[in-house]
Every structure is written in C-alpha cells, then in structure tokens.
Write a protein that binds this ligand. Structure first.
Ligand code: SF4
Length: 328
C-alpha cells in the first residue's frame, strides 16, 4: 500500500474528509414537500470517510418545509430566475445574496454531492421553464450549485444519481482523496520539496488519467526555481485536478502500469517480469480486471521493496474497503 494511505492508516481513526452535501440526501426532512432524499451510499459507505457538511439553501433563506415548490424559469429577456411555481415569487436575489458569502466560506471542502435536478442544488441538466410556465429543456444549473462551483473550481462535485455509475463514483472519490491530501500539505506549509514529493506520489495516477496534464504539471515544476511557491502550487493543483477529472481508460491504466513495470524491471526476475507483462496486456484487452496486474505489483513489491513505487498513490488511491476499482 502506498505510504500516503499507510500514513492515514497509522492514525487510530480513519481520515474524516470534509465534503459538502445537499442536506436532503442525508435524510433531513427539508424538501418542499416535507420529505427527504436519503441516499444510502452517502449515508452508508462514504460516511465512514467523509465528514458531511450539510447545506439546504432553500431552508436557509427561510422558505420552510413544506413550501411552494420552486423552479428555474426563463424571463422574457432571457434571464433565468428562481421562481415559486404557484405564487410566482422570485427568490433569485435572496438565494444569491445568501449563497455568495456561504460558498466563499466553504473553501476547505474536498468535494460536494448535490441533489440532482434541483433548481437550487442541481449541478447540471436542471429543467428550465419557459416564460409562459411550460417545461422546456433540462439545461439549467441550480442557483446555489452554480455559485458554489464558480467560487470553488478545484472542488470535485457530483450528483447523487451519478454516483450510481461505478466509473463516475470512483473518479469522484479518488479526486476527493487527492484534494484532501493537497489541503493537508498546504496546511503543513507548502515548500518546493513538499510539492515535488506530492507530485512524485501522484505521478502514475495522473499519467493514467491524462498525459497532457501529466506533461503540463511536469513543465510547471521544472520552472519552480525562483517562482513564488504559492503561485506554482495554485497552477499545479489546478492542472492536477483538471487532469484527474478525465475518466480513466484501459489504455491509460495499461500505460501507467507499463511505466511502473519499466521502473521495476531491474528488481524483478525474468519470469516475474513476463507474468506482469502478460497480466497488463490481458488487462488492456479486457480479459482481466485491473485488480489482476495491481495484485501482482503489490505482491512483487512485498518481495522486492521499492520506496519510490511503494509511495505511488496510483496503487491505492482510496481505501480498499470502498471497493471502487472493481469495475475496471
Ligand atoms: S435539493 Fe437542496 S434546496 Fe432542495 S431540499 Fe435538498 S438541500 Fe434543500
């Protein structure tokens, strides 16, 4: 297991990562009808690791529950407003006035799970009504979610419905853990050495997701000398998080695995090398799951320890208990 997770495992309790969430997803009766949308995955498995920070913007601006349902509605001038369905009361200004300082104060979150299709919390594909009140295209973004994402571009966001997709789920949780490590690093004080070490830890993970981002981060760090460390750190983490948001493919994983094997080559007897090569090739062709070559690498690392490979986050980007890589 990489040192980065070993370090967290050394603590008596698992890491508690602050992640925002639409409050109704935790089972709070805050929806317009007085109900909730309790999400099993969030309140179950993820709650072991995530310290949920619940927010219900509609309750926060005093709409109460139950309440008149609200929706996104396009005005005659094209502006999209947050409007009560029955009374036509426009809540946009109140929602924006409350949301702006709120989202600015949530900068230390490492992720956010929004309730889907909400005119307040939906991060995409929210239904927009016409000026005449007819349902139109699902092309809107919830007012609060839009302001949160604009103020916190680094923070991974997802909707609870999309978390049912194993690939989106893995990608989201992986990015939450990466941002959590980054925030820890910044809290300890970012130095050039710490930044280079962090990059080394995440090298193969980023390589698997995005070669352009991998190259971009490499270029940024090559120009580190003489630059303000905070500026380089900001540019680095932006490129890193953007690259990791790209869905990983079999080709991307196989490429990272081959680089790991190349690094490992001198330590491994020829028969072991061949086994690993075959396993990576079968994974690339869809004949084996990702767990097969990873298990071999971890097994060989136990027999032939290598500090550089052992620290690679790619080998264990999130806790095993979450079983997030089984779809690969
Ligand atoms: S979707 Fe957002 S605003 Fe609506 S009930 Fe849930 S937390 Fe509240």
């Amino acid at each position: 297991m990489p040192e980065s997770l070993d370090r967290s495992a050394e603590a008596t309790a698992p890491p508690r990562i602050p992640v925002g969430i639409s409050q109704c997803l935790l089972g709070a009766p805050v929806r317009f009808d007085g109900g909730h949308k309790r999400d099993q995955y969030c309140t179950g498995e993820l709650a072991q690791w995530f310290d949920w920070v619940p927010v219900c913007p509609e309750m926060a601006i005093g709409l109460g529950a139950p309440r008149d349902s609200i929706r996104l509605q396009k005005r005659a001038d094209g502006a999209i407003r947050l409007v009560a369905g029955k009374t036509g009361v426009d809540h946009t200004d109140a929602m924006e006035a409350w949301s702006r300082p709120k989202v600015a104060g949530l900068g230390e979150l490492c992720g956010y799970v929004f309730a889907k299709r909400s005119p307040t919390c939906g991060m995409e594909r929210v239904k927009v009504y016409t000026h005449e009140g007819m349902p139109d295209r699902a092309e809107g973004t919830g007012v609060y979610a839009r302001l949160f994402m604009a103020a916190n571009p680094l923070v991974p966001v997802e909707e609870e419905g999309r978390l049912n997709d194993p690939q989106l789920r893995e990608n989201f949780v992986m990015r939450v853990f990466v941002l959590w490590r980054w925030r820890q690093l910044c809290r300890e004080g970012l130095t050039a050495k710490a930044l280079l070490d962090f990059h080394t830890d995440h090298k193969y993970l980023l390589m698997a997701h995005s070669i352009p981002a991998y190259q971009q981060t490499g270029r940024l760090l090559a120009q580190l000398a003489g630059q303000p460390i905070a500026d380089v750190g900001d540019a680095y983490v932006a490129a890193l998080m953007q690259g990791l948001a790209r869905p990983v493919t079999r080709g991307g994983n196989a490429n990272a695995l081959q680089h790991i094997m190349g690094y490992f080559r001198e330590h491994l007897p020829p028969a072991h090398r061949q086994r690993l090569r075959d396993s990576i090739e079968k994974y690339r062709r869809g004949l084996l799951p990702l767990s097969a070559p990873l298990a071999l690498i971890n097994h060989f690392l136990a027999d032939f320890p290598d500090p550089y490979l052992s620290r690679q986050v790619y080998l264990a980007p999130h806790p095993e208990e979450l079983r997030l890589r089984s779809f690969h």
